[in-house]
Design a protein around this ligand. Structure first.
Ligand code: SF4
Length: 270
């Protein structure tokens, strides 16, 4: 298959496709995502107890890493919670804050035991350390495959969204794309397994560092930011964005059809 699939040619077209995504229907949404990531990063760097970051962790806990819908009133709830506890060192009233947060959530959703347990776990960490420190430790754990409070996907969503752009919150969209496109084929190591998320994340990291180095979009260098490349891949595949490399891939209308491994295999067969 190497005689027809070429990762360098693919990478060149992939960069053009990233540019295309930034000029078409969902350009504004992607740009907003990137802007939010940058603002989040700065906010956490400048606020050791960033309520913006804390709010994201709580959101991920109650939605089980975006699997369930967020209560409609969550943003108002969080704003008034921050008004009350965010102006001073909330650690001084941490038990009261925790209880009030759970009570307020209970007015909006059924607060299951697992949610209470996770909030409890989070507030136990925050009793002795800042949100900034908690995030740094979570990042260190992630490097070794560990996590606390959040599941692996939630952990990587949170870390990516708050400035750790090497974290890749992979889901089925990106997994399919990494395998179909040929990124896995060209960038995985000998012992890799395409059924393991971590091996797919490693393949994407290698693709970025080897082939997207010095390629910058919206002031972000993609070679060292596979988590940002992840949002482009997700946007390329997801139903509410470009919806191209979906369950049944739309190869005929795909800008990558002449360079993608899956498309090349299927062209050969037909
Ligand atoms: S050519 Fe087909 S399989 Fe390849 S990225 Fe495009 S839609 Fe997906």
């Amino acid at each position: 298959m190497d005689n027809i699939f070429n990762i360098k040619t693919f990478a060149k077209k992939f960069k053009e496709t990233v540019k295309w995504m930034l000029e078409n229907n969902y350009a504004e949404k992607i740009k907003n995502d990137l802007q939010n990531f940058k603002e989040n990063k700065t906010h956490l760097q400048n606020n050791e107890d960033s309520f913006r970051a804390l709010g994201m962790i709580i959101k991920l806990i109650i939605t089980n890493s975006e699997r369930f819908r967020l209560p409609q009133n969550f943003d108002n709830l969080w704003r008034s919670f921050e008004e009350k506890y965010g102006r001073e060192n909330f650690r001084d009233r941490i038990e009261e804050a925790k209880k009030e947060l759970i009570d307020r959530l209970a007015n909006e959703i059924v607060v299951r035991e697992i949610i209470k347990r996770k909030i409890d776990e989070l507030f136990n960490y925050l009793r002795n350390q800042t949100v900034q420190k908690f995030t740094e430790e979570l990042y260190q754990m992630a490097q070794e495959g560990g996590t606390v409070v959040l599941g692996e996907k939630g952990r990587d969503l949170y870390l990516r969204d708050f400035g750790y752009w090497d974290r890749i919150p992979i889901d089925r969209h990106q997994m399919r794309f990494i395998i179909r496109s040929g990124i896995y084929h060209a960038c995985s190591s000998e012992r890799s397994d395409p059924l393991k998320k971590r091996d797919l994340q490693d393949a994407l990291k290698k693709f970025c560092s080897d082939y997207l180095k010095d390629y910058t979009v919206e002031e972000i260098e993609l070679g060292s930011a596979p988590g940002i490349v992840d949002i482009f891949i997700w946007s390329f595949c997801a139903k509410n964005r470009y919806n191209i490399c979906k369950d049944t891939p739309q190869c005929k209308e795909c800008p990558l059809k002449d360079v993608c491994l899956y498309a090349l295999i299927h062209q050969q067969k037909s």
